[in-house]
Design a protein. Sequence first.
Length: 383
Amino acid sequence: MSTPLQELLVSHVERGTILGAVALLGSADHPPDTVAVGSMAVEGPPMRPDAIMRIQSMTKAITSASALRLVAMGRLGLDDPLVRWLPELADRRVLVSPTAALSDTVPAARPITLRHLLTNTSGYGMILVDSPLRRAMVENGTDAGVGPVMLGSQEWLSRLTDLPLAFQPGEGWRYHHSFAILGILISRVTGRPARDQLRDDLFRPLGMVDTGFRVPVEKVHRLPAAYRQTEMGPTETEPAGGGFHVGDPPFEESHSELVSTAEDYLGFLRMLVHGGVAQTGPARGERMLPIELAAAMVSDQTPAAAKAPDSFFSPTFWDETGWGYGVSVATSGPHRGRYTWLGGQGTTFHVDPDGTIGILLTQREVDDELMGLFSEFQGLPRG
């Protein structure tokens, strides 16, 4: 018997919106409705429920939780200056406006903190209009895009910190770069690569056996193709079973993004829904995050003054939305209290106040058409 979830996804495969997808929708406390539709690639095998997907910016919630665990252990403070671990952040200069000449700067009014990274208010981030800073970021390889990182973490951070901040820490909001810095911070504080810290501190305890920075050779058959939609149809940007996440890493990648499965990510979200208590894996029943930090993570933490209309792709982004730690939060409207985010390679999740969890994983690069599917998915009833 088909469900609204299956009918929605099958219809989008048939009309060519997506090649395939894995999705689940249900309660945090019961087995969800799980669907795999379509194919792994153009003329590829059927999509697998256990497909390992490039989750891109859905990584941000995971690295946020990892950092908050370090806060709970007393190894980091939300408002501690980060220069102790990241000396590259010392003596920051700030542009007098985001579009100013690179030489037109003033000293930073305050040091960058963990809170700034978690809320995208560090002064670093995507510049969405043509400007000297954006051109400099493109030229030195630190501009953000959908594709994988092209520089090792140390080289990336060195190049980024050669440039001034776009705004004073805590006084503006720009997407992305703060979370790449966060991955490097985790590696510096713990003294080991973020991949090892995340594996031992989150993934193994929660039973997230298919989540990491790399896809092991014995699992590459579960990695679908990444693609974008063009006038010629779906055009692969990474082949099924291949691409950046396969094989030995070309460099230290603590600033990179993860691969995961719907089932693994469900385990992570169930932990958040239950106030930081693990519901899966060897740590089931154990507290992974203090309840106050788990609650803070999924509530709006961004100062009102930082919510400028030009800070993100849509000038209306902040109308009914806030930003917690690694997730967006609905601050008003019919889904008030929902937290959610997406990944640029066609993935999204949402969690409602009643405990409903939805996860949709495609590998189509996000565009307006795919955002339409995301909106339909997020409007489905739990069933």
